[in-house]
Design a protein around this ligand. Structure first.
Ligand code: SF4
Ligand code: SF4
Length: 327
């Protein structure tokens, strides 16, 4: 096993709400404390350079500068490191002056270093690049039609076929925000892979960890049996299926309904919220308007044909199986 300290550089200088940083504080499988304090056996030692946890708060150029880790990495003086990007990457070339988003200043010019410039400086030297949240993965809310920033995800910026110098593709952990444990578990997997203890991370066509995103919301939803029996909610207080309230869960790849949100509890439709497709590359434009019966989610004809039969048979089985055997 590679025993070198692995630095994790977390850059939240893209366009974002910091939701992924907040999400990571809620992770339990594993928790951020477990990862940082080396509580999990067999992992390489890590140093996390994350604005939420950074103790360095000195000015640029001082020995106590948080940004100095990023400058060192860009100079090639930090090896190995994993680059985590939070926030979408705006197009800085689409206007005459100014900038859309920056992360610290360039000591030579005193001018902000933009998010896209940081990615261009750091990605070629990184062991791997992880795009966390749907903004960093696919552009998210800033890439909606009409947004002037020209924002895109990291794969659009670097190229979907991009590979790190160590051969890792970009890894996307989408969600708006991303699920805390999906994020922590992906980091955990990459720590095992980078230290030579796990094979190449399996990714789907949208660069998401396959084991986390291959099933649909519907397949893990607490309300799926209501769908089968054709019981559809017409208000948000009901416990039945939410498809007619606008739930896209049947065609959205996300494990939140199965996994729960924090510590196994919650998960959008399980607790009464429709799925709006936030883990998907086309989010949000392709899933709008929210809260209307989605065409792709409308129960197929067969469901309405068979629903009364399913209800009758289930009722019969419930009555029969619920009786104690006569001896
Ligand atoms: Fe499927 Fe959504 Fe209905 Fe759950 S609420 S059963 S995910 S359509
Ligand atoms: Fe996003 Fe839908 Fe998953 Fe909720 S269930 S996190 S809205 S993709």
């Amino acid at each position: 096993m590679d025993e070198r300290v692995l630095h994790i550089l977390w850059m939240n200088g893209g366009l974002s709400c910091d939701g992924e940083s907040v999400a990571l504080t809620a992770a339990t499988q594993p928790s951020i404390e477990d990862l940082v304090l080396g509580a999990l056996p067999g992992l390489p030692p890590i140093e996390l350079h994350w604005p939420y946890l950074g103790f360095e708060n000195g000015p640029d150029g001082s020995p106590d500068s948080f940004l100095e880790w990023f400058h060192r990495a860009a100079r090639g003086d930090l090896e190995p490191f994993l680059l985590i990007v939070e926030g979408s990457v705006p197009d800085e070339g689409n206007k005459a002056e100014g900038y859309w988003s920056g992360f610290g200043n360039d000591p030579r010019t005193g001018q902000p270093i933009t998010a896209s410039e940081w990615i261009d400086r750091l990605a070629p030297r990184a062991t791997g690049v992880v795009a966390v949240g749907t903004c960093a993965a696919y552009g998210g809310v800033h890439a909606m039609a009409g947004n002037p920033t020209g924002a895109a995800g990291v794969p659009d910026h670097l190229g979907w076929e991009w590979k790190s110098k160590d051969g890792l593709p970009i890894v996307c952990v989408p969600g708006c925000p991303t699920h805390p444990d999906n994020l922590a578990e992906t980091i955990l997997y990459l720590l095992h892979q980078i230290s030579g203890q796990a094979p190449m991370i399996p990714l789907d066509e949208s660069l998401r960890p396959r084991w986390l995103f291959e099933a649909t919301v519907h397949s893990g939803c607490d309300r799926a049996s209501y769908y089968d029996s054709g019981e559809f909610a017409t208000d948000f207080g009901a416990s039945s299926c939410l498809v007619k309230m606008g739930c896209w869960g049947q065609v959205v790849r996300c494990n939140v309904a199965k996994r729960g949100w924090v510590n196994g509890v919650g998960g959008c439709p399980n607790v009464g919220g429709i799925c709006i497709g936030c883990t998907m590359p086309g989010f949000p434009d392709k899933f709008m308007p929210f809260m209307e019966d989605p065409v792709a989610g409308t129960p197929p004809v067969t469901t309405s044909d068979f629903a009364p039969v399913v209800r009758t048979l289930r009722g019969f089985t419930l009555r029969v199986a619920g009786r104690a055997p006569v001896t």
